[in-house]
Design a protein around this ligand. Structure first.
Ligand code: GLN
Length: 287
């Protein structure tokens, strides 16, 4: 009888994923096997020779089948790391991306002078990763987060509870909640041009919620609405920080210029211009 060990199952799955053209076959196999048997990737290496029992094998085979169908690893596992914390995710929300960690960094560093009493608003919160991270990093702040999707809000609320982020409130809204004043508006809105969505990797195009991706004809529908409306709810000097799509930096920065000063564009780990931010000017002041 062949022993189906951790090592041999990892090799089998990685080879299978590689053949199917999946980007990171070995890493995916490890992430899925670790989850299937309730351990860590590190422990897989230490226990490489251990044979798997029947229900571990069954669970892993099911995970491999789903991954072959290009379902994102994060949905299969049911979680994803973001800014050093583990967030629950499923097909109701966008998978948190490493580049979005830059959005959090920009938002935190540009508001450090008011960190004690920060009032922050996160639009299109999805899994809640941005809002909850800000709430955890700034425990004395008050954070409001909105999404139009009830399913997403359920995921976000569960994440806030599990991570102990008690200073964040979630509201169902098409972007903006009822009027209030904020020191920070932050958003990773849908920013893919509608016609481009089907050209993206199947993990994204076939599995992630379209409502979390689709930014309209030129991808900037939400950016425009957010910039326009933020002017009314930020205090003077308040910061707006938005994640944008590859190639959108110039157009997005131009939208900021009419009401925001000190407009900055920051790059992500892949050197793509990814985050645009600015501070609300005094309406009477010179540009
Ligand atoms: N704010 C969430 C994230 O950054 C969801 C963004 C979205 O759904 N467009 O992952």
């Amino acid at each position: 009888m062949t022993d189906w060990t951790i090592e041999s199952m990892l090799k089998w799955a990685a080879d299978d994923f590689r053949q199917k053209g999946i980007d990171s076959p070995r890493l995916d196999a490890e992430l899925l096997l670790a989850q299937a048997i309730g351990t860590t990737r590190m422990q897989l290496i230490l226990d490489a020779k251990r044979p798997l029992v029947a229900d571990e094998l069954a669970r892993f085979r099911d995970f491999v089948k789903r991954r072959r169908n290009r379902e994102p690893v994060a949905y299969i596992r049911g979680d994803r790391e973001f800014y050093g914390r583990t967030f629950r995710v499923d097909a109701r929300v966008l998978v948190p991306r490493p580049e979005t960690e830059h959005l959090v960094e920009v938002a935190l560093s540009r508001t450090s002078s008011r960190s004690m009493s920060l009032r922050a608003l996160d639009l299109c919160t999805g899994s809640g990763c941005v809002a909850i991270t800000i709430a955890k990093e700034r425990p004395t702040s008050v954070v409001v987060a909105t999404d139009i999707s009830r399913g997403a809000l359920d995921v976000a609320r569960e994440n806030a509870l599990r991570l102990g982020a008690y200073n964040v409130a979630f509201e169902e809204a098409d972007l903006f909640p009822p009027p209030a004043k904020f020191d920070l508006v932050v958003s990773n809105p849908p920013y893919i041009a509608s016609a481009e969505i089907d050209t993206l990797a199947p993990e994204v195009a076939k599995h992630e919620p379209r409502i979390a991706l689709d930014g309209g004809v030129d991808g900037l529908d939400f950016v425009r609405r957010i910039v326009e409306h933020s002017v009314n709810i930020l205090d003077v000097g308040g910061v707006l920080a938005i994640e944008i799509g590859d190639g959108d930096a110039r157009r997005a920065a131009a939208l900021f210029e009419s009401a925001f000063g000190d407009v900055r564009v920051q790059r992500d780990y892949g050197q793509v211009e990814r985050i645009v931010s600015g501070a609300l000017r005094n309406a009477g002041a010179d540009a």
